[in-house]
Ligand binder design. Structure first.
Ligand code: SF4
Length: 328
């Protein structure tokens, strides 16, 4: 149990898997319908050319090599006497289910030999409108051996804002995708960005309500960042976009967290774009301090995560065992 007024990721992870677990970020060489013209060109306004990922594949490191390197990094963190460390294979870059079913199966097959070497979950990031039944079938086949997490970008719970930022999907498509992920017995993590243009404090609150209503077990949230090589960068340089400062983010984050379900796990509450790729903001606040500032703000208000939760829906229980589909 934590005494923090919100539900952070690390203790939940340790409690869930019974040992320290680290992520291995993977680039499977996917692309995105928002870049190749199927949905749009140029991507979401805040997304850089690496598709929010590492670009490892483009740099010549194939998937197995990325996994090997990740396993070696984790092994170096192992302390004598500690339980063996676990790893999450995290397909981070681009839209990982926006490939042929055969390609997805081949990609997931690369992970299989590592299941016996400490991979405790496979997490796959994608768009809500790129989750056909065939992709879910492929994930379900792997899910018989390891828990599957599906990370879905909502970002903002307003269809007009979603058009403005070039997401090119709707809130309804997000809700439908979460349903289909849950039907397969996978864990769902919904993503949100606070401080998007024209969204404001009310937008942050509305997005939290939407993620709570959708019933995602996990939530990732961060402040809007202006990265180099994005559409937003040009707008920011012309003075058309402002980013929020750290005290404002903490204030809005507290609003956001109050409106989540008390059981939803905060997988992330800050962005982690490297400073050299980021035009703004450059806060004088380390991301670990954001967590402390959030706790202090909630304590000052006398509230906690879920204090303003308005729904009746509870996130499905987290499975540490491989998934069992609830479909007929
Ligand atoms: S954020 Fe995701 S959906 Fe948007 S352009 Fe980047 S990879 Fe595509």
């Amino acid at each position: 149990m934590t005494s923090l007024p919100f539900r952070p990721f690390a203790p939940w992870l340790r409690e869930t898997f019974g040992r320290p677990v680290h992520r291995i970020a993977l680039d499977a060489g996917s692309t995105c319908p928002n870049r190749d013209g199927s949905k749009g060109f140029g991507g979401c306004v805040y997304c850089d050319v690496e598709g929010s990922g590492s670009g490892a594949l483009r740099e010549g490191q194939d998937l197995a090599e990325q996994l090997e390197a990740g396993m070696r990094r984790i092994a170096r963190r192992q302390r004598p006497g500690d339980p063996p460390l676990g790893a999450i294979a995290y397909f981070q870059s681009y839209t990982n289910t926006y490939v042929s079913t055969q390609r997805l199966i081949e990609t997931l097959d690369v992970v299989r030999p590592y299941l016996e070497r400490g991979i405790v979950a496979v997490s796959i990031a994608t768009r809500p409108d790129c989750l056909p039944a065939e992709a879910l079938d492929a994930l379900e086949a792997l899910g018989r051996h390891v828990p599957i997490w599906v990370e879905l970008g909502l970002e903002v719970a307003d269809d007009q804002r979603l058009i403005d930022i070039g997401r090119m999907h709707t809130v309804q498509e997000f809700d439908d995708a979460v349903e289909r992920v849950h039907e397969r017995g996978f864990l769902c993590v919904g993503h949100a960005i606070l401080g998007l243009p024209e969204d404001g404090r009310e937008g942050a609150r509305a997005t939290a309500h939407a993620l709570a209503a959708a019933g995602c077990s996990g939530v990732k949230v961060h402040n809007l960042m202006v990265l180099k090589r994005t559409q937003l960068a040009a707008r920011w340089k012309r003075g058309e976009v402002e980013v929020i400062d750290a005290p404002t983010y903490v204030d809005w984050l507290a609003d956001f967290v109050e409106r989540l379900h008390p059981d939803q796990v905060l997988h992330r509450m800050t962005g982690d774009a490297p400073s050299e790729n980021r035009l703004a903001p450059h806060w004088n606040v380390h991301k670990s301090e954001v967590r402390e500032l959030l706790a202090a703000e909630l304590q000052r208000r006398g509230t906690r995560q879920g204090s303003r939760f308005e729904g009746s829906r509870t996130p499905p229980p987290t499975r540490t065992l491989p998934s069992t589909s609830t479909r007929p």
